[in-house]
Design a protein around this ligand. Structure first.
Ligand code: SAM
Length: 175
């Protein structure tokens, strides 16, 4: 399985928190990394702090030319899924979508119209407006499930701490 996220249209002032949440959700659900169409270095910083404490090998790479990244991805044989409420509803296309070398594109502000033509699939997580974080979590979970995987059981190695699950209360262990 190899999934990378492309976050388009991140606005430095407005989207810091939600783009960080996109990255954290991508990491927690098994994506390899996130390409960030912005020169904001704050996202990389927050995510690398999480990696230090919680482990795993997720990366954030700032990019300056998203169209070139998409083209390179496709030239290397990868596929592109653009998450948009205007697309085909996820349950109707899930069986067509591979989890190997998949780039998942997520917008912040209105996305450039070219992405609709460049994507192999324009996919809606229900055809109603909601959140990029919710859309990403659901699509990642459904993609894993379609290929018989359980993303919520993933292990994250190399961190400083880990949670010991409890029915009540909190327990965190140093590694
Ligand atoms: N206001 C923007 C516009 O008019 O295009 C969209 C903002 S929306 C909160 C940001 C991103 O969330 C979208 O680019 C899309 O990737 C994702 N998103 C929101 N609702 C979605 C849905 N129902 N299905 C799939 N993705 C969705």
């Amino acid at each position: 399985m190899r999934i990378v996220i492309l976050r388009l249209g991140h606005r430095i002032q407005r989207d810091q928190r939600i783009t960080t949440h996109v990255g954290l959700t991508a990491r927690a659900f098994g994506a390899e990394g996130m390409l960030l169409d912005s020169d904001d270095n704050g996202i990389e910083k927050s995510i690398s702090e999480v990696l230090q404490r919680w482990g795993g090998s997720f990366y954030v790479r700032r990019i300056t030319n998203w169209k070139r990244e998409v083209k390179n991805w496709k030239d290397a044989g990868g596929k592109v899924l653009h998450l948009t409420m205007y697309g085909m509803n996820l349950p109707d296309v899930i069986n067509e979508i591979p989890v190997e070398n998949l780039l998942i594109v997520i917008g912040a502000e209105k996305v450039p119209p070219e992405i609709y033509g460049l994507a192999d699939w324009n996919v809606a997580v229900g055809n109603q407006p909601h959140s990029e974080v919710a859309a990403l979590a659901v699509v990642m979970d459904r993609l894993h499930a379609a290929s018989g995987r359980e993303p919520l059981k993933a292990e994250f190695s190399g961190g400083e701490i880990e949670i010991i699950p409890k029915r009540a209360g909190k327990e965190v262990k140093s590694k």
